[in-house]
Design a protein around this ligand. Sequence first.
Ligand SMILES: NC(=O)c1ccc[n+]([C@@H]2O[C@H](COP(=O)([O-])OP(=O)(O)OC[C@H]3O[C@@H](n4cnc5c(N)ncnc54)[C@H](OP(=O)(O)O)[C@@H]3O)[C@@H](O)[C@H]2O)c1
Length: 386
Amino acid sequence: MFVVLGASGNTGKVVAETLLSQKRNVRVVVRDAAKGQAWKEAGADVSIADVEDGAALKRAFSGAEGAYVLLPPNFSSTQVRVDNNRRASTIAAAIEAAGVPHVVMLSSIGAQQPHGTGPVLGLRDAEATFTRGRAAATFVRAAYLMENWGGALFAVAQGVLPTFLLADKAIPLVATRDVGTAAARLLAEGGSGKRVIELAGPREYSPRLFGKVTIRSGVGRLTSKRSSRHSSGNDVASRRRDPPMKPRHAAFAALDPFFELVQRGLSGLVDGDHYFDTIAENAIFEFRYDFPGWPQRIEGRDALMALYLGYGDNIVLHRAESLVVHRCDDGRVVVLEYDVHGRVVASGAAYDNRFVSILTVENRKIVRWRDYMDSLSAMRALSTKL
Ligand SMILES: NC(=O)c1ccc[n+]([C@@H]2O[C@H](COP(=O)([O-])OP(=O)(O)OC[C@H]3O[C@@H](n4cnc5c(N)ncnc54)[C@H](OP(=O)(O)O)[C@@H]3O)[C@@H](O)[C@H]2O)c1
């Protein structure tokens, strides 16, 4: 019996399907029983477990001759490395307790590096955790997953490929199907000791080249873009990995027109000399738009600051204007309408956007912030022609 964690995800799905197609016994681990139904029909055993639940994981892993494990992305975390380490320890302890002899863990290229790799550090830590365990461990260090660009391809018809990567820097890529197929083979082969497998496609691609190939394949006329206020998931996660931080407002100067506009809009309703000082420590932020890699919800002022750190590397705002303030519920809820204007640092392109922000104020601090914007306008500005 092989146990597959993350079976509803990109790689786990392929691992489980591949093993099932080889008539092997498979148990998939899902969080939601509804997601297990199709697997049951396909002949798999189904176990319900969250990676935070060691007892449920131990049950899921029991009787396994091998297990495929990964660290599920955790975009709402404000302490990514800490949370990932706890999850890795919980999974590893369950593997140990269930006596699983071999684990194949999805890791990443760069996991050998001790610093400077952002979210990959969590995978480096996880490799170390599994290395200490009794089970044989095969670490699959996958290259940048091609599917990372999947969420951005909708923009191709508009002539953009949003990515935080450098437009002309070629990097190794791999498709999640290939990762899953390789992991299934490694599981079926069994393991001994600890070993590392690096996995990448046959050639490297820069985002620009990837874009051109995409055009040639008929997806649409394409341009590539660099980073933004809305940068990739990798970037957001890496910015969030470090505990942020005493307010170093100078680092956020590129957003000053926006900060000053908000202060004007909330005049008399909140305390604090700077925008970040008006935010409650545990405030909730909801970004009610879908932008590749940009979180839709974060919790806490520190997380917001981490998210905005480096904004000025990408965009510098020159003006924030056309402010309309609606005070509702005796000033407890405030709606701000406004425009921002600036420049994209990388290309010099104009950046113009309009926002509606709905704020809830308690005890003279902002406790909730809900943002709406014109994401197409942001995407256009942040694109560099191929
Ligand atoms: N992006 C890259 O370029 C890259 C490169 C190398 C390695 N990686 C690594 O690849 C991994 C992600 O692999 P993937 O793309 O196959 O995953 P994915 O498609 O993001 O799917 C994540 C899976 O984990 C499950 N999951 C989420 N939270 C869970 C929880 N709390 N408990 C139990 N299961 C949970 C999800 O189930 P639900 O359906 O219930 O949500 C889903 O099945 C990450 O560890 C990442 O670091 C990424």
